[in-house]
Ligand binder design. Structure first.
Ligand code: HPA
Length: 282
């Protein structure tokens, strides 16, 4: 697949998806590890397995259902990814961001990305929700590497407000209304899949990271290239390595995700209409 195929293939996949549902979403939501339950809130939902979408990669991570859900949240049409693919699964970065390319072709202008993350900032505790204010990309990869394709956007894109300040404020204010504390912090993206060493966590804290995870950043870069506005919310499923004596395990990450899913769903229910309204106002 040459890089210029991305656009054509995304258009093909977008047409395929749009043929399955009359919903015409302007907002996309990506649900991370253990956070997939939000999709159950949708009405008029049509579920499409990633296996049935042309050129989509299959998620192999436990806790990721691997299906796209088209439907409504309240009266907002949305497309939801129940599970994403990660670089650590061995997929090329272009496959990781392909869904974002497809959403852009479908007319989506805003993305809400969620993930499970380790808490580096000692003020966080397990289960804390944090709106990502900025990131540090330590994955050694970037989805814009390669032949430039003007159909997708510019090559040298500005990243000074990759995470919309307005959307962040909406999430924090919505949290206040609901009595759900929502923090703000910098997300460091690691390749994984091994969790970090305590020394790596000390390094990440020193360079200004509050959170650490293995996803989201490639999708944000691609979304920004295509002009989408981004809200990203981490759920602190565990304190990062060395911060406590406890070892980190994936089951716990999934468990905490499930435990706070009520809060998480409430927050998304509140924020989605605000973001949909922002998109409608252009
Ligand atoms: N490190 C990296 N990714 C993660 C973590 C972590 O501690 N927790 C959940 N995802």
């Amino acid at each position: 697949m040459s890089i210029s195929d991305d656009f054509t293939q995304a258009e093909f996949a977008a047409k395929h998806i749009s043929s399955k549902s009359p919903i015409r979403p302007t907002v996309a939501i990506v649900l991370g590890s253990g956070l997939g339950g939000f999709a159950d809130e949708m009405t008029d939902a049509v579920r499409i397995s990633y296996n049935d979408i042309p050129h989509f990669a299959r998620s192999t991570a436990v806790g990721h259902a691997g299906q796209l859900v088209m439907g409504n949240i309240g009266d907002c049409p949305v497309v939801v990814m129940q599970g994403r693919v990660h670089l650590y699964e061995g997929y090329p970065v272009r496959s990781v961001v392909f869904p974002m390319r497809v959403f852009s072709r479908m007319g989506v202008h805003a993305a809400i990305l969620t993930n499970a993350a380790g808490g580096i900032n000692k003020e966080y505790g397990q289960g804390r929700l944090v709106a990502i204010s900025d990131h540090i990309n330590l994955q050694g990869q970037n989805p814009l590497v390669g032949q430039e394709d003007p159909n997708l956007g510019l090559r040298f894109i500005d990243m000074s407000e990759a995470y919309s300040r307005d959307y962040r404020r909406m999430a924090i204010d919505a949290g206040k209304r609901l009595g759900i504390p929502v923090g703000e912090g910098v997300y460091a993206a690691m390749l994984g899949p091994s969790y970090e060493t305590p020394a790596e966590i000390r390094f990440l804290r020193t360079i200004g990271a509050d959170l650490v995870g293995m996803s989201t950043v490639p999708e944000v870069i691609a979304a920004r290239q295509m002009g989408m506005k981004v809200l990203a919310i981490s759920c602190v499923t565990n304190m990062a390595a060395g911060t406590t004596d406890a070892p980190i395990n994936h089951e716990e990450v999934l468990e905490i995700g499930k435990k706070i899913s009520g809060q998480f769903k409430a927050l998304l229910r509140e924020v989605v209409p605000l973001i949909a309204k922002d998109v409608a106002q252009g």
